[in-house]
Ligand binder design. Structure first.
Ligand code: AMP
Ligand code: MG
Length: 405
């Protein structure tokens, strides 16, 4: 393992080594419990069981068209004219049975009266003097939606392990299901460390900055399907950090993310607390995001990111997001090869992640510089360009791997 004071490129820990450690530490998150949620809160959740319909879909025989409900036998000798003896709307109630030799006006979705077996669309008819004229014969069952023709009662509406989208919610609602068992979301605590931090919106005193990592990491975790159970900001004070870790555990956090306090300066609160407990505090062969930490509290993994905003956001994306997305049934972030619009140089032995913007024609142009405090430049980017460890020079026109942000 590389020591933090040792900054010769070869002595830094390879990115993939730390990646493996974090992936191992996050394995525990893959075992999920079950939550019961209401339909209105179920979007994006994953079903924990096969959900079966308690009713037939549709629940009653109904008309597929606005028209006239008749007996096929009565219109077999078309053209015919039948007296229109009533009307059935899409409204509660049970229509009277249809008498032979008659028709009733019927609306889409209205129950088809007993005795009627076909619906003649209004556009195929003429109505005059309380009679409807029908020009040609009709097959039984035409424009009639049978009970259970979509799904039979007791059958599976949405199978186990489905990530619920609006179409699934529609089918569940149609089956009159209100509560669904879903996998619980990974409970994440996000802790920003730094005595210079204040809440966004608070007046900034000398030496103070708004805490942007807190909001970014929480949002990124939510975007990966996680439930953020705690957002906290602590001064560089180990007692305060201990108390916040305690709070996170009490709130049921299964993963604790910290930002700041793990590099080589003084007042590195996460390092001071966790390193003596055996946590890994390391410097990786990457830029930005060199310093990284991995520890635990009562078995709950703590993944510690550096404080610089670009570093912390990138570190989340690199080390944590793929696992959370997988658990939440979300697709992996997009990766594609693009062509650089300008030359790039990179430090030997570091995996470099550059902020960039896609341009038409498969190109990608860099945004801002390589420094890890450029939070606005990151916001203006839509991809990261990945420059591998062994690459030091790239020319305009060279192909590079890009990661969608
Ligand atoms: P650290 O990793 O604690 O040494 O912090 C590195 C840099 O990131 C410093 O410039 C900090 O002020 C800045 N920083 C640390 N935490 C945050 C945060 N939560 N939001 C914005 N900037 C931060
Ligand atoms: Mg700090």
């Amino acid at each position: 393992m590389a020591g933090p004071g040792d900054d010769t490129p070869s002595a830094r820990t390879p990115v993939d080594v730390h990646m493996e450690r974090v992936l191992d530490a996050l394995e525990t998150l893959r075992t999920r419990g079950v939550d019961s949620v209401e339909l209105a809160d179920a979007l994006g959740r994953i079903t924990a069981e096969d959900v079966r319909s308690p009713i037939d879909l549709p629940p009653f025989r109904n008309s597929q068209m606005d028209g006239y409900a008749v007996r096929a036998a009565d219109v077999a000798s078309a053209p015919v004219s039948l007296p229109v003896v009533g009307e059935v709307a899409a409204a509660p109630g049970d229509p009277a049975p249809l008498k032979p030799g008659t028709a009733v006006k019927i609306m889409t979705g209205a129950p088809v009266p007993d005795g009627a077996d076909t619906v003649v669309p209004v556009e195929d008819t003429l109505f005059a003097d309380d009679h409807v004229s029908i020009a040609r014969g009709r097959a039984a069952g035409e424009y009639v939606r049978d009970v259970g023709s979509d799904l039979r009662r007791g059958r599976v509406v949405v199978p186990w392990m489905t990530r619920l989208a609006s179409r699934h919610l529609a089918a569940l609602a149609a089956a009159s299901i209100t509560d669904i068992d879903v996998l619980d979301r990974v409970r994440v605590a996000v802790i920003s460390t730094g005595s210079e931090l204040v809440a966004p919106g608070e007046p900034l005193g000398p030496g103070q900055i708004p805490d942007s990592n807190g909001i970014a990491l929480a949002a990124a975790a939510q975007a990966c399907g996680a439930d953020v159970v705690l957002r906290a900001r602590v001064q560089d004070d180990t007692d305060r950090l201990v108390a916040v870790f305690e709070e996170a555990l009490q709130l049921g956090a299964e993963l604790i993310l910290t930002s700041g306090g793990i590099s080589m300066g003084d007042h590195e609160v996460v390092r001071e607390l966790l390193e003596p407990e055996g946590a890994i505090i390391d410097v990786l062969a990457m830029q930005p995001g060199g310093p990284q930490a991995l520890g635990d509290r009562d078995g709950v993994p703590i993944v510690g990111f550096p404080g610089n905003p670009v570093s912390s956001q990138l570190s989340f994306e690199l080390f944590v997001a793929p696992t959370l997305r997988e658990i939440a049934g979300l697709p992996a972030a997009g990766r594609e090869t693009r062509v650089l619009t300008s030359a790039v140089s990179s430090i030997s032995g570091r995996r470099q992640f550059l902020r960039a913007r896609r341009v038409d024609g498969g190109g990608v142009e860099l945004v801002g510089g390589p420094s890890s405090h450029l939070v606005a430049a990151l916001a203006a980017s839509d991809v990261l360009v990945v420059v591998p460890e062994d690459v030091t020079e790239l020319a305009a026109g060279d192909s590079v791997e890009t990661w969608e942000l």
